[in-house]
Design a protein around this ligand. Structure first.
Ligand code: SF4
Length: 321
């Protein structure tokens, strides 16, 4: 994988996708901007971005490209998620005038209910969010961050996230004050040499931490689970020895989903590896992989109806017991 994606046309977005996210049809956009400056060890996303300056005008062209080409179907979406494989609220990479342009064009989505912005927590600032709230016509705003794990050693030393609890807690309090929803990524089995059981316990502990924190500040919370995989081109791939890191099992992922649901949390699970890993290096390569269980979890992602998971629950309880 090249270190950066320099051949991409800076006037077209990196990714345009649709999905059903917990009951809402969702337009998902990732824009091509200057790459994220952080170097989290497990992440290869910056390799999709540019090492040069992508101008506001070019980002505006990317936005126009999406809204012009999708004009006939914009009414069908109730959620809009956007990011740039980094932090969309970082004004040096995703220029503020381009965020404004996006909010302006998004007015063509007449049935929009949720505007979701992917960012690191340090860019979550009161004045910027108040400006966005005044500018968007969406009645609800969501901020999506990658807190990943409550384990400080794993988050800061193994993953090199550079996100302290203090910053996270401060931003969750601000979101609560502003009435903005938090979606947090939670990694399942994020550290080398973790057992499957430890990986499940750790993800459940992270959901408990985030729930307690959000409850304390009156912040609405959605959990986005990410089963860890070794991404091609990541620092992790270059430094991991064979056997150091095995992905979680589909049954372990299921246990975490059930635990989150029983805490009353909306849980969505990323059941793919963003084309940054092949099947042998994610949960699909583990012995005992059950594709039917994955399909049931995909259905649960779409409509949040727990009845999809019920046929698998006795087996899950038996495993846990
Ligand atoms: S996880 Fe986020 S902040 Fe870290 S390198 Fe990847 S895109 Fe950047």
């Amino acid at each position: 994988m090249p270190e950066n994606n320099e051949t991409h046309d800076p006037n077209t977005p990196l990714y345009v996708g649709t999905r059903k996210f917990l009951g809402r049809r969702d337009l998902v956009l990732s824009f091509y901007t200057t790459k994220c400056q952080f170097q989290c060890t497990y992440c290869a996303l910056p390799s999709r971005s540019a090492s040069f300056e992508v101008t506001a005008e070019q980002i505006n062209n990317q936005i126009d490209h999406v809204f012009d080409s999708r004009a006939g179907e914009l009414d069908g979406f109730r959620q809009l998620c956007f990011g740039n494989e980094g932090s969309a609220l970082d004004p040096r990479r995703f220029h503020r005038e381009s965020v404004d342009h996006l909010l302006h064009r998004a007015r063509e989505m007449e049935n929009l209910e949720v505007l979701s912005i992917e960012t690191r927590p340090e860019y979550v600032k009161r004045d910027y969010l108040e400006h966005i709230a005044r500018t968007t016509h969406a009645p609800r705003i969501d901020v999506t961050v990658g807190f990943e794990t409550q384990d400080d050693f794993i988050r800061q030393t193994v993953l090199k996230k550079k996100i302290s609890r203090r910053v996270m807690e401060d931003r969750v309090a601000l979101l609560g004050e502003l009435g903005i929803r938090l979606t947090s990524y939670v990694l399942i089995k994020p550290a080398p040499r973790m057992t499957d059981e430890h990986g499940v316990r750790e993800a459940v502990a992270t959901m408990e931490y985030l729930k307690e924190l959000c409850d304390r500040h009156g912040t609405e919370l959605v959990i986005y689970l990410t089963p860890t995989y070794v991404a091609e081109g990541s620092y992790l791939q270059q430094t991991t020895q064979p056997g150091d890191w095995t992905p979680p099992t589909i049954q372990g992922i299921f246990d975490v989903v059930v635990a989150g649901h029983s805490m009353g949390l909306p849980v969505y699970t990323g059941l793919w590896s963003e084309e940054l890993a092949d099947e042998s290096t994610d949960f699909r390569g583990r012995e005992g992989y059950d594709p039917e269980l994955r399909k049931a979890m995909v259905r649960f992602n779409r409509d949040h109806d727990f009845s999809h998971l019920l046929p698998f629950t006795p087996a899950q309880l038996a495993l846990a017991g």
